[in-house]
Design a binder for this molecule. Structure first.
Ligand SMILES: *[C@@H]1O[C@H](CO)[C@@H](O)[C@H](O)[C@H]1NC(C)=O
Ligand SMILES: *[C@@H]1O[C@H](CO)[C@@H](O)[C@H](O)[C@H]1NC(C)=O
Ligand SMILES: *[C@@H]1O[C@H](CO)[C@@H](O)[C@H](O)[C@H]1NC(C)=O
Ligand SMILES: *[C@@H]1O[C@H](CO)[C@@H](O)[C@H](O)[C@H]1NC(C)=O
Ligand SMILES: *[C@@H]1O[C@H](CO)[C@@H](O)[C@H](O)[C@H]1NC(C)=O
Ligand SMILES: *[C@@H]1O[C@H](CO)[C@@H](O)[C@H](O)[C@H]1NC(C)=O
Ligand SMILES: *[C@@H]1O[C@H](CO)[C@@H](O)[C@H](O)[C@H]1NC(C)=O
Ligand SMILES: *[C@@H]1O[C@H](CO)[C@@H](O)[C@H](O)[C@H]1NC(C)=O
Ligand SMILES: *[C@@H]1O[C@H](CO)[C@@H](O)[C@H](O)[C@H]1NC(C)=O
Ligand SMILES: *[C@@H]1O[C@H](CO)[C@@H](O)[C@H](O)[C@H]1NC(C)=O
Ligand SMILES: *[C@@H]1O[C@H](CO)[C@@H](O)[C@H](O)[C@H]1NC(C)=O
Ligand SMILES: CC(=O)N[C@H]1CO[C@H](CO)[C@@H](O)[C@@H]1O
Length: 676
């Protein structure tokens, strides 16, 4: 094969400090942004395109005369503080208003899209009494918008010479370094490449200055039952975490730390920017408000009211285990360990004689019917206990392991005796229903609550049969498509060795989320309906849906971990697995760095041959699963520079597993016999 080898790429990276495939990165090159194009305008607006990056005349400006408005498109979702440069005004009584919208649906000269559960957010008005620069106050930064509209009211005239947005996401990164990714992905499907990078960018725009958190300033006061709220005030003034950056749920909203969302966002961050400090600041903010006597963790970070959520409580613990998996930072783990154990005991105290945890609070990812012996919550508990056993082992704190092991085993037994419906080939939501949830079935596979591969395959097949033309439905949330839970469904298909289904779902659902004209073409939406309307079942107010939600970025980590097949198994990658699953792809190349070093793999398949190159840090070890090709060929593995060892342990038709593979640079070739 003639394509650039991984080693060439690495050498290239080292020599020029260029970032592989950086043409796909959506993050801006600088923090000073101008609109890309004019979306539309009304009234007397002269030369509206002079405010865009495509403006050709250096001296030109845009003139608003009388009632007029011009909407601009940045072509990607951005976040920041607007500055107007006013060249001249007809008189001191002139005003320019600015409105923002993530979706083209809510572009308006009267209001922004929404942050509250009712109405629309008010216009940001500037009294432009004379020539000069007018900058919005910091609390009026807008966390997510693709479209920005300038509106002039009343009589008179305003000449605008420039409009700029100071980009505020990723506040802790250098102004010119927003594109300095530590990971990359590339394959022979351009849509999947764009999906990987849109996921990475979504997590960046959800990484904010903790002093400008919490958009829910009307919580409990304005809700969906207030249908006619207009001119809703909006601002971000709450400090939600320590440190200088924090990973939140959404760019526009809620701008709060939600542990469930992190279960999908964090691995996406690790494989793209490896922005560990923002993850730590988020986790710390949740433990800061832990109830120190019961161990209960919050539903969301401060200032969200303290509400018990059985699942989000556990997701915080998953966050701790994920942090250790991706960093190997045992000191950080030790610092949280007593709080972790207290929190796990809290969950275990709800286990009753059935072997299940009895969920007594409905709070979850805004699905309905969360309660009792729920399959999703118990699968998440099973997963958390098993992670806890691994963490306890790493810390040499073995006292609870026997109890945890027995408890996990009884959850598994109960799930399979009480909730597995062999006729349906899926798990029921609880004993008293025939609803087969997407979340609980996906989580049963992800957590290994299943006892055999035929269950896994049956769940994968049944979930795929339910897809609508817009994606995978979540019947436990009425007519919603949840890009969050669908992220776990992707993992389910990979765990069922059904890479083709996972890739098909990415193309269907995330392709829609990128390419539909109501979307931002750059970040992933929080939720929508099975019929493709941008209505998300838990909300009445469609304008409040967030178009940049980290929980919707599942493909980014799945493409790296399962398609390129680069997986960390323990402590920052001390143990790893390389197991590409290309589905219908012919080429995939991905890599990322942790504190231990670089992990990457490139795989090419062609008729009857396969070539793989991979690299892992020295001193680590792992397992390589060479995918089967459709022939009885010869499989060769050899280190690029001698001296490394590997053990061949299993042969399959054209595929081979190697264990005890020492970290380093390796090359694998599968060649078919010409006669085969
Ligand atoms: C504002 O938008 C409305 C449509 O929502 C349009 O009819 C009107 O002409 C616009 N006004 C101005 C001043 O642009
Ligand atoms: C201009 O008016 C049209 C039609 O009423 C409307 O859809 C559009 O949003 C308006 N644009 C601005 C910038 O006012
Ligand atoms: C324009 O809007 C500003 C801000 O709402 C308001 O103070 C001003 O009175 C309006 N001017 C006219 C002529 O409506
Ligand atoms: C970011 O990357 C650019 C281009 O590769 C490089 O010039 C710059 O020094 C990097 N900045 C930081 C802070 O790493
Ligand atoms: C059992 O599941 C159904 C369907 O989700 C739900 O309506 C019901 O409330 C659940 N039972 C309990 C006790 O939560
Ligand atoms: C769960 O606990 C609640 C509250 O104690 C109780 O009412 C309910 O019957 C229990 N559910 C099950 C399935 O045991
Ligand atoms: C656990 O024990 C092993 C073997 O004695 C030791 O190497 C390791 O450092 C210990 N780990 C911790 C976190 O104490
Ligand atoms: C685990 O420990 C708890 C608390 O001591 C106890 O109630 C429970 O029965 C134990 N579970 C098992 C399976 O040993
Ligand atoms: C999943 O559980 C089965 C037992 O039901 C066990 O044999 C298997 O090793 C587990 N798989 C993983 C990946 O832990
Ligand atoms: C969406 O973005 C891609 C670049 O990521 C661009 O090539 C494409 O033209 C955009 N599509 C639309 C409809 O703007
Ligand atoms: C590999 O060889 C076996 C045994 O000769 C044969 O049954 C099988 O069909 C061959 N597979 C392929 C893909 O050629
Ligand atoms: C969305 C909305 O109703 N906006 C209103 C806010 O108030 C101004 C001035 O009263 C109206 O023109 C807008 O329509």
């Amino acid at each position: 094969m003639k394509s650039l080898s991984l080693l060439d790429v690495v050498a290239f990276v080292a020599s020029t400090s260029a970032i592989a495939y950086d043409e796909y990165i959506l993050a801006p090159k600088s923090r000073t942004l101008r609109p890309a194009s004019v979306h539309n305008f009304n009234g007397s607006v002269t030369n509206p395109e002079s405010l865009t990056t495509s403006a050709t005349l250096s001296n030109s400006m845009t003139t608003f005369q009388g009632e007029s408005a011009s909407a601009y498109d940045f072509r990607i979702n951005i976040a920041g503080i607007v500055t107007l440069s006013i060249a001249a005004v007809s008189d001191a009584n002139q005003y320019v208003g600015v409105t923002f919208s993530e979706s083209s649906l809510w572009v308006s000269n009267a209001s922004c899209d929404a942050t509250a559960d009712a109405g629309k957010d008010e216009t940001l008005w500037f009294h432009v009494s004379s020539a000069g620069q007018y900058t919005a106050p910091a609390e009026k930064q807008r966390g997510g918008f693709r479209y920005m509209t300038l509106v002039h009211n009343g009589t008179g005239r305003v000449d605008v010479s420039a409009v700029e947005v100071h980009y505020t996401a990723m506040p802790h990164w250098e102004d010119d370094a927003l594109r300095n990714y530590t990971g990359y992905f590339h394959c022979d499907d351009e849509l999947l490449n764009r999906i990987w990078y849109a996921g990475a960018y979504t997590n960046q725009i959800c990484t904010i200055d903790p002093e400008y958190g919490n958009s829910l300033v009307h919580l409990g006061e304005l809700n969906s039952s207030v249908s006619d709220a207009t001119n809703v005030t909006w601002y971000y003034i709450t400090t939600i975490a320590n440190g200088s950056s924090v990973l939140v749920d959404g760019a526009k909203r809620d701008r709060l730390v939600w542990a469930g969302d992190m279960a999908i966002a964090v691995p996406g961050v690790v494989v793209s920017t490896n922005d560990v400090i923002s993850i730590e600041n988020s986790l710390n903010s949740l433990f800061d408000v832990q109830n120190s006597s019961t161990g209960q963790l919050p539903y969301a970070g401060r200032p969200f009211p303290l509400i018990l959520s059985f699942t989000y409580h556990l997701y915080t613990l998953i966050g701790v285990a994920d942090h250790y998996l991706y960093t190997g930072d045992i000191a950080y783990l030790s610092s949280l360990w007593s709080k972790y154990k207290l929190a796990l005991s809290f969950s275990l105290s709800f286990i009753d004689s059935s072997g299940f945890m009895n969920v007594t609070s409905p709070a979850d990812w805004l699905r309905f019917g969360m309660g009792g012996h729920n399959i999703e919550a118990n699968a998440i508990l099973y997963y958390t206990i098993n992670q806890g056993i691994q963490l306890a082992t790493a810390l040499n704190d073995t006292t609870s392991i026997t109890n945890w092991t027995a408890t996990a085993a009884s959850i598994k037994t109960s799930a399979n005796t009480l909730l597995w419906d062999s006729a349906a080939g899926m798990y029921r939501d609880n004993e008293t229903t025939t609803l087969y949830p997407q979340d609980g079935n996906a989580w049963a596979v992800v957590s290994n609550l299943t006892t055999n591969t035929s269950q896994i395959q049956s769940i994968s097949t049944n979930l795929a049969e339910r897809w609508t033309p817009y994606g995978a439905p979540a019947p436990e949330a009425a007519d919603a498509i949840s890009p969050f839970i669908s992220g776990f469904e992707l993992q389910t298909h990979f765990l069922a060795s059904n890479a083709s289904a996972a890739l098909a779902l990415m193309r269907l659902q995330w392709g829609f989320m990128l390419d539909d004209p109501r979307m931002t073409n750059s970040t992933f939406i929080e939720g929508y309906s099975t019929t493709g309307e941008l209505h998300y079942a838990p909300y009445l107010n469609d304008a409040r849906i967030s178009h940049a939600h980290g929980w919707a970025t599942g493909p980014t980590s799945s493409l790296t971990f399962y398609v390129a097949g680069v997986q960390l198994l323990s402590a920052g990658g001390m143990e790893w697995r390389v197991a590409p699953e290309l589905g219908d792809l012919k080429h995939v190349d991905a890599g990322f760095s942790t504190s231990l070093g670089f992990f990457g793999a490139r795989t090419e398949v062609s008729d009857g041959a396969l070539e793989m190159e991979f690299e892992t840090p020295e001193g680590t070890s792992g397992e390589v699963r060479v995918p089967a090709v459709n022939c009885n060929g010869t499989v060769e593995i050899r280190p690029v520079c001698g001296g490394l060892s590997a053990r061949r342990v299993e042969e399959r038709a054209g595929g081979v597993v190697f264990e005890g593979v020492e970290g380093g640079k390796w090359r694998v070739e599968v060649k078919c016999d010409d006669t085969a």
